[in-house]
Design a protein around this ligand. Sequence first.
Ligand SMILES: [Zn+2]
Length: 278
Amino acid sequence: MFFDFHTHVFPDKIAKMAIENLKNMAAKGVGREDAMTSHTDGTLEGLKRSMERGGIDLSLVLPVCTRPEQFETVNRYASEINGKDGIYSFGGIHPDCEDIEGKLDYIKSLGLKGVKLHPAYQHCFIDDERNLKIAEHCMKIGLYVLFHAGYDVAFPDTEYCPPDRFEKAFSHLFEKYNEEAHPHVILAHLGGIMSLDKTLDHLCGLPIYMDTANTLEQIPTNMLMKVIRSHGADRILFASDSPWQSQRRCRERLASLPISKAEFEMITYGNAKKILGI
Ligand SMILES: [Zn+2]
């Protein structure tokens, strides 16, 4: 079984525009027209077709509120699609939302198991008080919080969530909430696609999960294995970053890694199922 822990879809009406906008931002960021390629049309049906083609059984959708006003619509859509036809969804929140704690409680009451934050698209550094407040309340109420981490193609000059700043800002929260026993923080992209050496130095061994979105096809096997082995397969989540990567190719790549059957099962679905309580 394969559970893809990091995918994106948009409501039908805006999917085409959203994909174009994100491609344009990436192209502007790195000055290359083909900076990002979309492997689906960005819709929910498009993701389901990709899963069918790619041999993916379950996918988690990660919505991002790029403005505080999007809170209602983003979470309404997330709860509509959550738990149906092999699709699960986290909720979204913006660091500038009012009544952060009430809003996180609301996300939990919708039955969503976590929330996605994107420090770059939300222009909010990982050690900003606003992000820390969100993370702390999530730990308190048992909601998972997933951060985009490291390099982002649309903002190549500024890293909003670099490994060292994350480690420094979060250590006291990990102790305070005994995260070692049950981690609630998830860092995408193995902590940062362009800085896996810093992942090894600052993130491996912390009480966090890390997902493999946007790393499987880009990173050499020996580096992937170093991160997996030094962090532990029980805290690594298979993820593609669809539509920006091909789910099929990511599955094939993961299946080609020299890992044990037990590690394979944890990474491909065991850890994800534990987080989602399914
Ligand atoms: Zn993503």
